[in-house]
Design a protein around this ligand. Structure first.
Ligand code: UD1
Ligand code: UDP
Length: 364
């Protein structure tokens, strides 16, 4: 069976790495793959470094679509991917996550009558102000097979009428990478520069438009973090979207230390040894749950509710006094340890490959 795997943005790379490793590890599955990088993310620190560290093979093609408005970027991916898919026929297109590349390539594949498989299907924030929610809903409206991370995701799909036989609860493929990388993590230089050690510091990552596109709001969040962490420091690896907005802001902090995006091995070391994490990232909510590190999420909702009900995550929304209080709770040690959700065990990719290789050849 020939499959085309699509990846375009940082979290996608972390999700496809274990899939490709499993394809190679299980030759009896008889899967040949072609890897398409859409070029949605292109900075060295958002793309190449992940291919290198996670041992992802060089993509067969980079569509080099770059940045743009939601419609521009989606349209460019569709035009370029359609050409590529016509030139390189395949039995199946696999898309992961919820970025623009995910939705754009699912639409193209479906219109070319190629089977669409969605990994991390079914999760929902029910918040259509997020571009990702549109991407999730459209992708899942078109997909033929659905690999899910939680029973919540299964229920969401069933409610939209997806047949049970097409939904496979396989666990969280992002955690496969975390498990694989556990003994490869690297202490980032920024910790040495500031003489910071385990438990001495917090980590901040913010890149959602709702948090970073309004500079006045972002500054208020930073002031609350400064107040909440007391005499500690926070390390903030800045996403390029956030960096662009910060450039125009007149803002400086002794306590919040800005740095470039970190490599995966460095970032996992950073969060694993942090007192706590303040984030709006989807993947980071999941990784902190598995690492049992307290996580404060600056969003009003999450498509990953198991990180709250089972894990270490807490939703704060826009409530800044509550952010300060949550950071103080971490300092006083009043945090939940949480447990790792079912099947977030590092073996998700193997389950997926097994299921794909067992699919009825007619339906695949
Ligand atoms: C995208 C995803 C988001 C995901 C995030 C992961 C969508 C709608 N959003 O958001 O779900 O959480 O990636 O990091 O797909 N830029 C660079 N260099 C790059 C890439 C982007 O400088 O390599 C800058 C550009 O100014 C660009 C901005 O970042 O306009 C936003 O990039 P984009 O890919 O549109 O969205 P993200 O905010 O990265
Ligand atoms: N990450 C990283 N370096 C960083 C920040 C994040 O390697 O400086 C990793 C993080 O461990 C997680 C993924 O990037 O695996 C999350 O990506 P992001 O927050 O960009 O996207 P989201 O998950 O919100 O879609």
């Amino acid at each position: 069976m020939k499959i085309t795997i699509v990846a375009g943005a940082r979290p996608n790379f972390i999700k496809i790495a274990p899939l490709i490793r499993a394809i190679k590890r299980i030759p009896e599955a008889g899967i040949q793959f072609r890897l398409v990088h859409t070029g949605q993310h292109y900075d060295e620190k958002l793309s190449r470094i992940f291919f290198e560290e996670l041992e992802i093979p060089h993509p067969d093609i980079n569509l080099a679509v770059g940045s743009g408005s939601q419609a521009e970027q989606t349209a460019r991916i569709m035009v370029a991917f359609e050409k590529d898919l016509i030139t390189n026929p395949t039995n199946m297109v696999i898309v992961v996550g919820d970025v623009n590349s995910t939705m754009a390539c699912a639409i193209v594949a479906k219109k070319l009558r190629v089977i669409v498989v969605h990994i991390e299907a079914g999760i929902r924030s029910f918040d259509f102000t997020m571009p990702e929610e549109v991407n999730r809903v459209v992708t899942d409206a078109l997909a033929d097979y659905f690999f899910t991370t939680s029973s919540f995701a299964n229920e969401n799909l069933l409610k939209t009428g997806v047949d049970q036989s097409r939904i496979f609860f396989v666990g969280n493929i992002m955690i496969d990478t975390l498990v694989w990388a556990r003994n490869k993590v690297k202490r980032p230089v920024i910790l040495d520069l500031h003489a910071l050690n385990r438990g001495d510091y917090y980590v901040v990552t913010l890149h959602r438009p709702s948090n970073v596109d309004d500079i006045t709001k972002m500054k208020k969040v930073f002031s609350a973090i400064e107040e909440g962490i007391g005499n500690s420091r926070a390390i903030f690896p800045v996403h390029p979207r956030t960096a662009k907005n910060l450039e125009s802001a007149d803002w400086k902090s002794e306590k919040i230390i800005l740095t470039e995006p970190l490599s995966y091995f460095e970032f996992i070391y950073l969060i694993e040894n942090a007192a706590g994490v303040v984030t709006d990232s989807g993947g980071v909510q999941e990784e902190t749950t598995v690492l049992h590190v307290p996580c404060i999420t600056l969003r009003a909702n999450t498509e990953r509710p198991e990180t709250i009900t089972e894990g270490t995550n807490e939703l704060i929304g826009d409530d800044l006094p509550n952010l300060i209080a949550a950071l103080r709770r971490i300092q006083s040690g009043a945090t939940k340890k949480g447990k790792v959700p079912a099947l977030w065990d590092g073996r998700t990719a193997d389950r997926i490959i097994k299921i794909l290789s067992d699919l009825d050849p007619i339906s695949r």
